[in-house]
Design a protein around this ligand. Structure first.
Ligand code: H79
Length: 461
C-alpha cells in the first residue's frame, strides 16, 4: 500500500511531463519544421535536382579571354599591381581583333577533351565586357577592333555541342567610376555608401542583362573579397537572378551560392561544401602568356583530375586564347591528350560517386552511381599485384576499363574464423597498362560494404 501511492504520483508526473513534451512539440517543434519544409528557395530536393548535371559533369573548361592576351600579361592584375600603367594596359584594346574566333571549333575541342561544360570570362576585374552591354562603352564591340559580340556565339556553339554554358563575371570593376578601388595604391573614394550603391546598380544591371540575354546554366562570380555582402547587396541580386532563371547554378563567390571554388590548390580531403570545383590553370597563367612555358603535362592533369573526382569534386581546367581567338597549340595538344584518356575511361568518370578511403586502396578511386562497381586508378607500373583492403563484398569480376581484359585476383589473409576481409591482390600484366593512368573496375555482389565503416577498426586479433 505504501508503495502504491507514491507509484501513482510518479505515474501522474510522467504523464504530465509527457504531455508537456507533446505540447512542446506541437507548439514549438512542429511549426518550426513546417516553416523549414515550406521555405521553397531552400528546399533540398530542388537544389539537388538543379545541381545534378553539375555533379555528374566532372570536367569543365574555363576560358580567360580578354585584352590582356594582346601583350600576354596578367589579366587585370598587371595594372592593379602597378606592373603597367592603366593607360598602357588599356592600349591593348587596339590590338584585340578576335579575327580568327571560331566558337564551333572551341566547342568541339572542349567536347573532345571530355568536358561537359565551359565557362567564359564575360568581364574580368578590368571591366572590359565581351558582350555589347548597354551600361557603358567599355566592351569589345565599341572599344576594340573585334567590333562584335563574343558571348552570343560562344553560348550558341557550346550548347550546340551539347555542353552547358557558364559565364564568368567579376562583380568588382576597377575601371568603373563608382567602384572605390582603382589600383593597389590608388583609390577613387572612401566611405561613400551612396556612390557604392550606384555601383551596385551598375553591376547588378549588367548581371541581369547577361542573365536575361543568355539564360546561362551557371554563373561563375569572382572578385567578392574587398567589400561585404551588405554593400554588394548579394541577397537581393541573387534572388533576382534565380527568379529570372530558376535552373541557374551560382558558384560561391557572390557569398553563399551553390558550390565551393578552391582555386589552384588541390584539396587533399573532401571540402566541407556539398558540391565543389577546383579551378586550375593549364600552365601558370589564366590568360594567354607566351612567356609562360610551365605547362602541366596531360599525365599530371589526369592525375590531378582523378584525385578531384575521387573526392567528389569537379575540375575546371583553364585555357587562355590569343587575342585573335586561337587557342595556343600546346593547350590544344594537352586537351586532346586529356580527351583520349577521358573517352577511354568514361564509365569510371562521369556520374560517378566519390571513392573509398586510401586506407583501403592506395590511390584515387570512384564508385558507380549504384555503388556496385569500384574503380581503382593508378599512374605507375606496379612492381607487385595491386592490393585492395577491407572490402566485405564478394567480388564477381575485375577488368581493365576501356580495354576489357579480365584480370586474375587472389584473396590472402582471410581467416575463416575472423570478420576481417582478406587482402585482394589483383594481377595486372604490363600490356594492359595505360600510358597515363590505368583504371580497373571491380564488380561487387552488391553495394560496397567496407570493413571499419561502422566504427570497427582492423587492429589485431
Ligand atoms: O580570374 C582568375 C584570377 O584573376 C582571379 N580568379 C581566377 C579565376 C583571382 N582574382 N583574385 N584572385 C584570383 C586571388 C586574389 C587574391 C588576392 Fe588578395 C588579392 C591576394 C591579394 C589581393 C584577397 C585580397 C586576398 C587577399 C587580399
Amino acid at each position: 500500500m505504501c508503495g502504491i501511492i507514491p507509484g501513482i504520483f510518479v505515474a501522474f508526473f510522467i504523464f504530465v511531463s509527457m504531455k508537456k513534451n507533446i505540447l512542446l512539440a506541437v507548439c514549438f517543434v512542429l511549426p518550426l519544421s513546417i516553416a523549414f519544409a515550406q521555405k521553397p528557395e531552400e528546399a533540398p530536393l530542388d537544389r539537388q535536382e538543379r545541381m545534378q548535371w553539375f555533379q555528374d559533369a566532372k570536367l569543365g573548361i574555363f576560358i580567360h579571354w580578354g585584352i590582356y592576351s594582346v601583350y600576354g600579361i596578367d589579366e587585370s592584375w598587371s595594372f592593379y599591381n602597378n606592373m603597367i600603367s592603366y593607360e598602357d594596359y588599356m592600349e591593348q584594346r587596339k590590338g584585340f581583333t578576335a579575327k580568327n574566333y571560331d566558337p564551333d571549333a572551341w566547342a568541339e575541342l572542349f567536347k573532345e577533351s571530355g568536358a561537359k561544360y565551359a565557362v567564359l570570362t564575360t568581364k574580368h576585374h578590368d571591366g572590359m565586357a565581351l558582350w555589347p552591354t548597354k551600361y557603358n562603352d567599355l566592351n569589345v564591340v565599341k572599344s576594340t577592333p573585334a567590333g562584335k559580340d563574343l558571348v552570343t556565339p560562344f553560348v550558341n556553339s557550346i550548347r550546340k555541342a551539347g555542353l552547358k554554358a557558364g559565364l564568368y563575371f567579376s562583380i568588382l570593376d576597377w575601371s568603373h567610376q563608382d567602384y572605390p578601388e582603382f589600383t593597389r595604391t590608388v583609390k577613387k573614394y572612401k566611405d561613400d555608401p551612396k556612390r557604392f550603391a550606384s555601383f551596385v546598380d551598375f553591376y547588378s544591371g549588367q548581371l541581369n542583362e547577361l542573365n536575361n540575354l543568355f539564360k546561362p546554366d551557371l554563373f561563375w562570380f569572382d572578385g567578392d573579397w574587398s567589400y561585404d555582402e551588405k554593400a554588394f547587396q548579394t541577397d537581393m541580386v541573387k534572388a533576382r537572378l534565380y527568379k529570372d532563371n530558376p535552373d541557374l547554378i551560382c558558384n560561391s563567390r557572390l557569398r553563399g551560392g551553390d558550390y565551393g571554388t578552391p582555386e589552384q590548390g588541390l584539396p587533399l580531403t573532401a571540402p566541407k561544401e556539398d558540391y565543389w570545383e577546383l579551378c586550375m590553370t593549364i600552365n601558370n597563367s589564366w590568360g594567354y602568356q607566351p612567356n609562360d612555358k610551365k605547362y602541366k603535362s596531360a599525365a599530371k592533369i589526369i592525375s590531378i583530375f582523378a584525385d578531384v573526382i575521387s573526392l567528389g569534386g569537379n575540375l575546371l581546367l583553364d585555357v587562355g586564347p590569343m587575342e585573335d581567338g586561337t587557342i595556343p597549340e600546346k593547350q590544344v595538344e594537352v586537351l586532346k591528350e586529356l580527351g583520349r584518356w577521358t573517352k577511354k575511361h568514361e564509365t569510371a568518370i562521369y556520374e560517378s560517386l566519390p571513392g573509398i578511403p586510401r586506407t583501403h586502396f592506395n590511390g584515387p578511386s570512384t564508385l558507380s552511381k549504384d555503388s556496385t562497381i569500384l574503380y581503382l586508378f593508378f599512374d605507375y607500373m606496379p612492381n607487385e599485384d595491386i592490393v585492395l583492403k577491407g572490402v566485405k563484398n564478394k567480388i564477381n569480376r575485375i577488368w581493365v576499363v576501356g580495354n576489357g581484359t579480365k584480370l586474375k585476383y587472389e584473396v590472402f589473409m582471410k581467416a575463416y574464423w575472423s570478420q576481417v576481409p582478406g587482402l585482394v591482390y589483383i594481377q595486372v600484366p604490363d600490356e594492359v597498362l595505360d600510358p597515363e593512368m590505368t583504371v580497373l573496375a571491380v564488380l561487387l555482389d552488391g553495394k560496397i560494404d567496407l570493413y571499419g565503416e561502422a566504427g570497427q577498426v582492423i587492429e589485431s586479433n
